[in-house]
Ligand binder design. Sequence first.
Ligand code: ATP
Ligand code: MG
Ligand code: MG
Ligand code: MG
Length: 463
Amino acid sequence: MFSTDEIRELFLSFFEKKGHVRVRSAPLVPESDPTLLFVNAGMVPFKNVFLGIEKRPYTRAVSCQKCLRVSGKHNDLESVGYTSRHHTFFEMLGNFSFGDYFKKQAIEYAWEFITQYLKLPEDKLYITVFEEDEETYRIWRDDIGLEEGRIWKRGEEDNFWQMGDTGPCGPSSEIHFDKGEGEEGERYLEVWNLVFMQYNRDEKGNLTPLPKPNIDTGMGLERIASVLQKTKTNYEIDIIRPLVAFGEELSQKRYGESFEVDVALRVIADHLRAITFAISDGVLPSNVGRGYVIRRILRRALRYAYKLGVQEPFLYRGIDLVVDIMKRAYPELETSIGFVKSVVKGEEEKFINTLKNAMPVVEEIIHKTLEEGRSSISGAQVFTLYDTYGFPLDMLEDIAREKGLYVDMKGFEEQMELQREKARKHFKITSKEVKPIYAHLKELGKTSQFVGYDQYQAETKVI
Ligand code: ATP
Ligand code: MG
Ligand code: MG
Ligand code: MG
């Protein structure tokens, strides 16, 4: 049986033998692309090469790229835990041709690798092609020799790729593995996407052929490992199962016990990898941009652990395990491990009390809302959670969505406005009296003392 480490190496060396230069994974933060929060595909670090802006001393490259799909066009955050095949952080294997070989060669390489090297049985493989791309259809049928029933034609939505509204674009062809059961996306597991960048789209939407077309492919390492290791989901493969076990030990729950437990254990395993790699690549949890995305992921892991009864900081303790499993492929993890751990621990400690105080209230609100047959959490309730407990609104929205509810943000804004109004009035009245009081205090040499929120909290009742 192939280990994931073996598959990664096999892929890189296979394409090296075919004249490709092995390129190390770029960091998760795109080096020269402010429009993108995180690298979400193997082609991202080569974007300028594809656009012809940058020249490299090679025309064929192969890589295994760290990817994070948590924002923008590719956001898989909410699928994580629920599907068998999605992660936030994952590794994408890819081979690239910059104006060198094209469709026929790319398809032949992919087929050779998957059937000769990985030895996947042909009768389990299905191919999709763009419905207008006859050339690709013929290559699969005539050159590779597939029966017509194995080649499925799909529309633009599934099988036409573009970098943006304008710029390089083209049809794609995807290789799927039939797992024998599950709904369509789950049964016919998409493992490898071959993109044929052959046009340029202008502002008017017109397509003109590129003088030298390119190849960009992407295969999810965890997905192909799950096929080869014959696991039900990506989460039982050799490099992820130990992280699920970490959650099991922590919560004293068993993977396989129930769907809810499985989802939570998968989320914890996934998010642990994501935050370890992101922080190690220099993204610090914060209130804005990339940092906020990482903070959200970290807090989400805490929330799912809370569901399993874990109410103390714990993620930082799993980082050793992530690094241990991944350090051979990503040695940079080892140099930052101490730092990553302290950042994660600090974040956990900051948030855990908010979670502990607010979750019973959130649960009560959700329970009542469902019981009363309402579809939304009222603005006043949201305001209480936000104002009294400091509960993050996006987390509340996540929880509501999971229960089929929505959050009345308009009502919340109205409450916020009321609060501002009150504060303004209060300020007008008190500011008149403030000056003499301060002057008096100053005379007495006294300073103010903070007495806490208790009084205020007691006044703000949950509706
Ligand atoms: P799906 O339809 O399953 O969501 P996709 O079409 O969005 O996948 P691509 O953008 O084509 O995926 O990415 C190339 C390959 O990367 C996919 O064929 C798959 O093997 C892998 N991949 C994509 N998204 C994920 C993810 N969230 N987690 C793990 N692997 C992924
Ligand atoms: Mg997707
Ligand atoms: Mg797809
Ligand atoms: Mg795809």
